[in-house]
Ligand binder design. Structure first.
Ligand code: UGA
Length: 594
């Protein structure tokens, strides 16, 4: 089957091959590519197609479209439900600031009489017509899931390339000649060779420039990370055509990113850099978490240790908050991918070194849960335990690989009266769905006769509880003032306030109306039956901090609080009659209550 349009056989509207006719390819040479050859001509990009409408594709496409109103950006996905939701007032993911950005680029803006701004035409589209949109694009960005393989060779550490391979096959069959193919997904080092091989299999004789452009956005700050990146990495072949392709993509980013932050390097360095960046961050967390165990045993305070070492500019203060271990869809899988790479290269010691990062992470989570059970006299029978926070980090509704789920699983084995869960950002239906699917306890949920209940109100969740566990570091859960203001007029986390000012989004009444949902919209139906909208983005703003006096009042004696995120002031809690156990502190008995 070849649905490739005829015009694809003509010369590229994007790339102008080097005069010497040198062929390009994925072969990354050691030649220094860091400076783009300004003599290479990179044609204008008018159409970008992003394949994969998930956590990476959605926000990345939205920011590219927002910053490049002259470029048509289409996000495609074969998942009809996901695309329907992007095209509705129920986007499938919550990210601070993303809603406004999508509304401007997807729905356009009416002319503003006040500041005489002209009409802004829509330039962001979401579609299931995958092959057509690929064939229209000057740049095709592949942003699909690359999880860890769960079975077969390399299960548990190798990257599952099923989705990437399937999408790449479609891309190389339908892309117009001269289009640039961009690996945005996190992939093993040398994946560009796989792409090249697929070109020669599915499109013999054709040639596409392949770029690696890894993403560095984090859940909860995705828009901010995209708007103000530390760096943009573009890996290309070191041929004139490769560098020209890199320059074409660099120009897209240069619409808002300083040129000095756009690094062009060789393809394989770029692929590896992404894995190493995440692995180093994860390793840093496992390092500080390992020290937290020493603190608990010695009376040293992990927060003081972290502050003390973080002031050394060579170490730096970020990513030193000890906790119950890292979660999320990326760190574990990327460290394991690095382990697999090292092992498959015969570098056993290197693999073992990185594997220890994951082992330490699991140890840390289990240590926390064991401490809870031990403090509760090794039995949870007839006891209620409340979990505050289910997302893997604050300001996100992302629950993928959240430590909360593993903690719930372990606590359930102790046969408690109830495990209450409250999260200010996650949709309760999503939490329930995960517990049902992953707990493996049959009837774990209260709805099915089990012990787990999901609440939409923190006070109800904590009422008559024997122990409260702070599992996510939402500012609402603190008992001291957070370093940044918790309540803002728009759903941006504090550091994004600056970004908001730069963007000057219009007020609600100046947006074009959002698309109207069909009468049988399943998300509207869900909203009717739950108090939390499917698109939490519209209503979620960091809420008022919890009134811990009220919570303490409703708890059962002896009242326990287990701080898994180092955000609770134990002294304050002790005054309320609550015993506090914090990661990296030696426990309530050592707190000076005078
Ligand atoms: C991470 C990276 O930070 C991004 O740069 C990268 O693009 C992304 O993975 C990805 O590959 O997609 P993310 O997992 O979304 O982003 O979130 P992080 O902020 O890195 O947090 C990861 C985990 O570490 C969370 O569970 C968080 O609670 C934990 N963490 C973070 C700590 O326990 N302590 C800290 O000091 C910081």
């Amino acid at each position: 089957m070849s649905t490739t349009p005829e015009r694809s056989q003509s010369s590229s509207p994007v790339l102008h091959a080097g005069a010497d006719g040198e062929t390009s390819g994925a072969s990354a040479t050691s030649e220094n590519d860091s400076d783009l050859d300004s003599t290479l001509r990179a044609g204008p990009i008018r159409n970008i197609c992003c394949v994969g409408a998930g956590y990476v594709g959605g926000p990345t496409a939205a920011v590219i479209a927002f910053k490049n109103p002259h470029i048509k950006v289409t996000v495609v996905d074969k998942d009809q439900n996901r695309i329907r939701r992007w095209n509705s007032r129920h986007p499938p993911i919550y990210e601070p600031g993303l809603g406004e950005m999508v509304r401007v680029s997807r729905d356009g803006l009416p002319a503003s009489k006040q500041d005489k701004k002209p009409v802004q035409q829509p330039n962001l589209f979401f579609s299931t017509d995958v092959s057509r949109c690929i064939s229209d694009a000057d740049i095709v960005i592949i942003a699909v899931n690359t999880p860890t393989k769960s079975r077969g060779a390399g299960a548990g550490s190798a990257t599952d390339m099923t989705a990437f391979e399937a999408v790449t096959a479609e891309v190389v069959q339908h892309a117009r000649l001269g289009a640039i193919i961009v690996e945005k997904s996190t992939v093993p080092c040398r994946t560009a060779e796989l792409v090249e091989d697929m070109v020669s299999t599915h499109r013999p004789g054709a040639h596409f420039e392949i770029l690696s452009n890894p993403e560095f956005l984090a859940a909860g700050t995705a828009v901010q990370d995209l708007l103000r990146p530390d760096r943009v990495i573009i890996g290309s072949a070191s041929t004139p055509e490769g560098r020209s392709a890199a320059e074409s993509l660099a120009k897209v980013y240069a619409a808002w990113v300083d040129r000095s932050k756009i690094l062009t390097i060789n393809l394989f360095s770029s692929e590896l850099a992404k894995l190493v960046a995440n692995s180093m961050l994860a390793q840093r967390l496992s390092s500080i978490n390992s020290i937290s165990a020493i603190c608990e045993a010695t009376g040293a305070e992990i927060r003081e240790v972290a502050t003390s070492i973080g002031t050394d500019t060579r170490i730096g203060e970020k990513f030193l908050r000890a906790g119950i271990g890292f979660g999320g869809s990326c760190f574990k899988k990327d460290v394991l991918s690095l382990v697999y790479l090292a092992e498959s290269l015969g570098l056993k010691e290197v693999g073992e070194f990185w594997r220890q990062v994951v082992i330490m992470n699991e140890y840390q989570r289990n240590r926390f849960t064991c401490r809870v059970i031990k403090c509760l006299n090794n039995t949870l029978v007839n006891k209620k335990v409340t979990i505050l926070g289910y997302a893997f980090k604050k300001n996100t509704s992302d629950t993928r690989d959240s430590p909360a789920l593993e903690i719930v699983k372990t606590l359930l084995e102790e046969n408690p009266r109830e495990i209450a869960i409250f999260d200010p950002c996650c949709n309760p239906l999503v939490i329930k769905g995960e517990i049902r699917a992953l707990c493996g306890f049959g009837n774990a949920l209260g709805d099915d006769g089990g012990a787990v209940k999901v609440y939409t109100n923190a006070y109800e969740a904590c009422a008559a509880s024997n122990a409260v566990l702070v599992v996510t570091e939402f500012d609402e859960f603190r008992n001291t003032k957070p370093s940044a203001p918790a309540t803002q007029s728009k759903p941006f986390p504090a550091p994004a306030t600056e970004v908001k000012q730069q963007q000057s989004f219009p007020d609600e009444e100046h947006f074009n109306p959002e698309p109207v949902c069909a009468s049988d919209c399943p998300d509207c139906e869900i909203e009717k039956t739950t108090s939390v909208p499917v698109a939490v983005m519209k209503i979620y703003k960091p809420q008022e901090q919890l009134d811990w006096t009220r919570i303490a009042h409703g708890m059962r004696q002896p009242k326990w609080l287990f701080d898994g995120r180092c955000i609770i002031d134990a002294k304050e809690m002790t005054r309320l009659g609550i015993r506090v156990e914090s990661i990296g502190s030696s426990g309530f008995s050592s707190v000076d209550t005078s």
